[in-house]
Design a protein around this ligand. Structure first.
Ligand code: COA
Length: 216
């Protein structure tokens, strides 16, 4: 196996990072398992990190290929403001133009989101409305279990310490046992558990969103 290099994100990684993020978004599987429009999902999941705070993202590269990423945010409150006032309105317009509101899968997702209103509007405020940080991480399937995730968390922790951050959080679906075990191995502990509903193939999936936090 060739050397895997952990380095800061560069603008030219943007397309590869967006693709990888959607390839692993469903607990390691592709976003299409529950969301029908990849381009909208790419914006929703990555645009804040690549376009508004790129200095807090790190990638793992092997032979010129981006095989892992960690998207970081060093101020949850700024993230919330940018998402709510800038990115979400633009995304709604884009989604509308792409006709996704006419798709039945989206109606299901919107119905699920309405049922999750407490998580989105009440609990999110409590958990993410701070000046601390959070992260999202994803490793390509053929590069998991090779300490890439550990190295990316290490790089982000060093960066966060330099910014005066004392807490990093990550949200994990409780069925994602690999991610739970990974975060626990990196010193994260579950601080909150929020009941959630995801509608998949017309059926309600009840689960908990676990808020993992690491004090650094
Ligand atoms: C979770 C994920 C980021 C882990 O990355 P990784 O590079 O495979 O993890 P590492 O090789 O650095 O593992 C570090 C430690 O985490 C734990 N761990 C990692 N994967 C694990 C698994 N599948 N089962 C149990 N423990 C695991 C182990 O303790 C491991 O230490 P060890 O190798 O000494 O046993 C990766 O599996 C992934 O990208 N999953 C899909 C996306 C995702 O779920 N992201 C998290 C939600 S934000």
């Amino acid at each position: 196996m060739n050397k895997i290099n952990i380095r800061p994100y560069r603008t030219e990684d943007r397309t590869a990072l967006r693709t990888l993020c959607c390839d692993v978004a469903d607990r390691g599987g592709p976003i299409e398992n529950f969301f029908p429009d990849r381009e909208v999902a790419e914006d929703l999941l990555t645009k804040y990190y690549t376009d508004y705070e790129p200095q807090s993202t790190f990638v793992a590269e092997c032979d010129g290929r981006v095989v892992g990423y960690i998207n970081g945010c060093m101020d949850n409150r700024s993230y919330g403001l940018v998402m709510f006032w800038l990115l979400m309105p633009a995304l709604l317009i884009k989604a509308f133009k792409r006709g996704i509101f006419f798709r039945s899968e989206i109606h299901q997702i919107l119905r699920g989101s309405l049922k999750n209103w407490r998580r989105i509007f009440v609990w999110r405020k409590k958990s993410f409305h701070s000046h601390q940080g959070h992260l999202h991480i994803g490793i390509a399937g053929d590069f998991r279990g090779q300490q890439v995730g550990r190295s990316l968390v290490g790089a982000l922790v060093v960066h966060a310490l330099g910014k005066g951050i004392t807490e990093l959080a990550a949200s994990v679906h409780d069925a994602n046992k690999a991610a739970g075990a990974f975060f626990e191995s990196q010193g994260f502990v579950v601080r909150e558990r929020y009941p959630m509903i995801l509608i998949r193939d017309g059926k309600e999936e009840h689960y908990h969103s676990l808020l993992y936090v690491k004090t650094i």
